[in-house]
Design a binder for this molecule. Structure first.
Ligand code: IMP
Ligand code: MG
Length: 183
């Protein structure tokens, strides 16, 4: 538990991606998403909690008619091996078989959680499924999973802000920062 503003600020090591850079990239990517569907309605699916800020910005930047949906997922692994069990603690509220799905994710790290979610959603037979992630840490990947779009590819630092947390704090920072593990 963080006890003061000073302690909170001391954990923010440096800004990795500024608010302006994020917002400029979102405008670009929204145009690309629009071009994929040419006006055909889509369902944006975001995985809570980390992707909620990105979802709020991307859904307001696309012009294609869209619905939004949220899922909460946790994967359990024995050691480094996937148990193949994804625990959906909150599921979508509709049948996805009539939809073009676009998964809106915050970060792909090992890729395990998203891989399980993708398998689960594909088994529900959507018309199509694409993955848009704000951040990609390819160095850490342990499964064969590539996003259709990654707004930023980053090195293996632990990062916070713009939806991403450490101990549930820092999600409200409007930029992405490197977490200071030394204090
Ligand atoms: P994975 O791809 O299954 O390993 O897990 C990805 C999830 O771990 C993301 O959706 C984030 O919630 C969390 N995560 C991974 N890397 C970071 C980070 O650098 N900062 C904050 N959360 C992270
Ligand atoms: Mg996440």
């Amino acid at each position: 538990m963080i006890k003061s503003v000073e302690e909170f600020n001391s954990k923010i090591k440096s800004v990795m991606i500024s608010e302006e850079e994020i917002q400029a990239k979102i405008k670009e990517v929204a145009k690309e998403i629009d071009s994929w569907y040419d006006g055909t309605p889509i369902l944006l699916v975001s995985i809570l909690k980390g992707a909620f800020v990105f979802m709020a910005d991307i859904c307001r930047a696309v012009t294609v008619p869209c619905e939004i949906g949220f899922m909460c997922a946790q994967s359990y692994y024995a050691g480094t091996e996937s148990s193949g069990i994804v625990n959906i603690t909150m599921d979508l509220d509709r049948d996805v078989s009539d939809y073009h799905l676009v998964i809106i994710e915050d970060i792909i790290d090992t890729g395990r959680t998203l891989n399980d979610v993708v398998k689960l959603l594909k088994a529900r037979n959507p018309v199509s499924l694409r993955i848009v992630t704000l951040l990609d840490k390819p160095a850490r990947r342990v499964v064969d999973l590539e996003p259709d779009i990654a707004l930023f590819t980053i090195p293996d630092n632990f990062i916070i802000g713009y939806g991403l947390d450490c101990g549930e704090y820092f999600r409200n920072l409007p930029y992405i920062a490197i977490y200071n593990e030394e204090v």
